[in-house]
Design a protein around this ligand. Structure first.
Ligand code: COA
Length: 253
């Protein structure tokens, strides 16, 4: 099993560990895990080597989740250093996108490029979600916001099962981190080639959040995935993979 020991805690990761190639590191969102990038891990061809991990307290990683984007950023710095990653492309979804932007602002010298999927410069959370979590329950209505109306029943059922198997404490920590995040004033300092991806039907981080990122991050391009919701990389993996491959080929190689 591929685990890395970090400060005495085990971190699970999956993907390509070849020495050669450009590392493409994927960071999942609230309550998620490396499996949210299943189709990207399978499909990214050399010279790119895709890698995904479980944040602390998520999936197969031990330890507890963090409730602050900047603490996750510092954890990610430790992870990338311990893994020996240099000049890598960092991809983040939702909360993972916030962590990726915070990382790009603090450690741009580590990165070759940035990919932001279904995220925003400010990630306020519906107070009803936080209230229910504080009472120890995962708000299952969240599922209605995660996928586009046309998403397959199988995918939605898998998402619901995952949600039921995730402790409310994990969502509470992650969504608290989202709720306190706001870097709208700092976006122009992101100095890396950046691809922004958003599903046209995303109702958790609507397209206007991605348009704002596009308008304020200097070297950025925006790809809207028609018909996809917040989980675009699972809902329409081929379209997301095409957008990533095109960005790497045209802006990074
Ligand atoms: N990028 C750009 N602009 C943003 C932004 C972002 N990431 N987040 C908020 N804004 C803007 C809004 O467009 C709005 O501008 P407007 O008044 O010109 O339309 C303004 O900031 C206020 O934003 P709003 O989201 O309406 O804040 P609010 O405090 O009134 O509402 C919520 C809070 C939670 C109701 C709302 O953000 C929401 O519905 N969120 C989506 C659901 C959710 O929980 N998402 C989880 C994210 S991980």
């Amino acid at each position: 099993m591929p685990y890395l020991e970090l400060d005495g805690n085990m971190v699970y990761f999956a993907g390509n560990q070849d020495k050669e190639g450009i590392p493409l590191l994927f960071c999942h969102g609230s309550g998620g895990g490396h499996h949210h990038w299943l189709y990207q891990l399978k499909a990214m061809p050399p010279p790119v080597k895709p890698l995904a991990f479980d944040l602390p307290g998520h999936g197969r990683s031990d330890n507890t989740p963090l409730d602050d984007v900047y603490m996750y950023r510092d954890w990610l710095k430790l992870f990338s250093q311990s893994f020996g990653l240099k000049n890598f492309i960092l991809t983040g979804h939702s909360l993972g996108g916030a962590i990726a932007m915070a990382y790009a602002l603090e450690h741009p010298e580590d990165l070759h490029g940035l990919i932001l999927v279904g995220t925003g410069a400010r990630l306020r959370v519906l107070p009803a979600f936080l209230e229910e979590l504080k009472q120890g329950r995962v708000p299952e209505t969240m599922i209605e916001y995660l996928y586009a109306p046309g998403a397959s029943e199988e995918l939605v059922n898998l998402g619901l099962r995952e949600m039921k198997n995730t402790a409310p404490e994990v969502y509470l920590a992650d969504l608290t981190a989202c709720d306190n995040f706001d870097i709208r004033e700092n976006l122009s300092q992101i100095s890396l080639p950046t691809l922004i991806i958003c599903g046209s039907e995303d109702s958790l981080t609507p397209v206007k959040y991605s348009q704002f990122l596009k308008e304020n991050i200097p070297q950025s391009r925006l790809e809207i995935i028609e018909g996809a919701g917040h989980m675009a990389m699972l809902e329409q993996p081929d379209a997301v993979n095409r957008a990533i491959a095109k960005f790497i080929e045209e802006d990074l190689l």
